[in-house]
Design a protein around this ligand. Structure first.
Ligand code: G4P
Length: 288
């Protein structure tokens, strides 16, 4: 077992609630379903982060679909803090059973303890900073708490573990791997940027054809390789002898996508109403 996983297991034991960050552009591929097992018996909220980069229509569809599946869900933008304030109310809802159990045992006002988890680059640190803000106090080394753990007291109802849990991305499935690579979750050093750009063009061609043509002032041709050439020409990227620099064009395309310069794009669609098998989001009831 890896050290990260062991640490995660230790930390999960200390909390009541898991705040799981997913990337709103790829809500399925950006999560690791192992958290269902690791977080068994814990309350859970899924946060669709980077919602500012994702298509608002799909943000609404995913939110509706996940709510329907019994999952507590919120769209957030950790960079600006949009949506983050609504979390407190949702925490109370997600932890209603625990709060009621405490009350019956005569325990009152014990804050909910939460931790943030997600794959690398999904925005965990940005989220913690945004959620905790500056007004928080950090408390450490409380009795009963593993030495060295730092808790951020957000208010008298909620404490957050200040180190997030890192989930490893899952990319055995080719499409999942591709989507993770598009958003920059897989180390670019191990990827061929031209191949990545050709795959990205495939996805954009079918889902957001105008995003490419409008950005680069080109029209779709049958071959993606020719599209890369056109992007190179439109951006004046040439090697010696006026040969289009496809690698440069590929980097421009991928960067433009990652930074939202192609517009707000979502690459995964929720299944039609009622379907729950393939998507691998388990509701709270399923877990317990
Ligand atoms: P991690 O802890 O999960 O590894 O992720 P981290 O917070 O470091 O965030 C990774 C990148 O994602 C950062 O960009 C961060 O600014 C960006 N980010 C996080 N949340 C959001 C969001 O809701 N919307 C948008 N648009 N971006 C978000 P970076 O380029 O690595 O750093 P920086 O240039 O922003 O400083």
């Amino acid at each position: 077992m890896t050290k990260a996983r062991r640490m995660m297991q230790e930390n999960v034991k200390l909390v009541d609630l898991i705040l799981e960050l997913a990337d709103a552009r790829i809500p399925v591929s950006s999560r690791n379903p192992d958290i269902d097992e690791l977080g068994k018996g814990k309350s859970r909220i899924v946060l669709l982060n980077k919602s500012d980069l994702a298509d608002p229509l799909y943000n609404r569809q995913w939110t509706a679909w996940l709510e329907e599946a019994g999952i507590h869900i919120l769209e957030v933008n950790s960079k600006t803090g949009a949506g983050v304030k609504s979390i407190n109310a949702l925490v109370q809802k997600a932890c209603a059973e625990k709060i009621e159990r405490d009350r019956k045992r005569g325990i009152q006002n014990r804050p909910v303890r939460a931790m943030v988890v997600g794959i690398p680059n999904v925005g965990k640190s940005t989220f913690i900073n945004s959620f905790a803000g500056r007004a928080c106090t950090r408390t450490g080394n409380k009795p009963g708490v593993t030495k060295g753990k730092q808790w951020i007291r957000l208010n008298n109802k909620l404490e957050l573990l200040d180190t997030p849990g890192i989930l490893w991305p899952r990319f055995e499935d080719r499409q999942v791997g591709m989507h993770l690579a598009f958003i920059g979750s897989i180390n670019d050093d191990i990827l061929q940027v031209e191949e990545l750009a050709l795959d990205l063009l495939d996805s954009l061609r079918s889902r957001y054809p105008d995003a490419v043509t409008e950005r680069y002032g080109i029209t779709w041709t049958e071959e993606n390789a020719a599209m890369l050439e056109d992007i190179a020409e439109s951006r004046k990227c040439f090697l010696k002898g006026q040969v289009p620099d496809l690698k440069k064009a590929a980097s421009i395309l991928v960067d433009d996508f990652r930074n939202g310069r192609l517009g707000r794009i979502t690459l995964e669609t929720p299944p039609s109403a009622g379907f729950r098998g393939q998507v691998n989001y388990n509701s709270q009831e399923d877990k317990q």
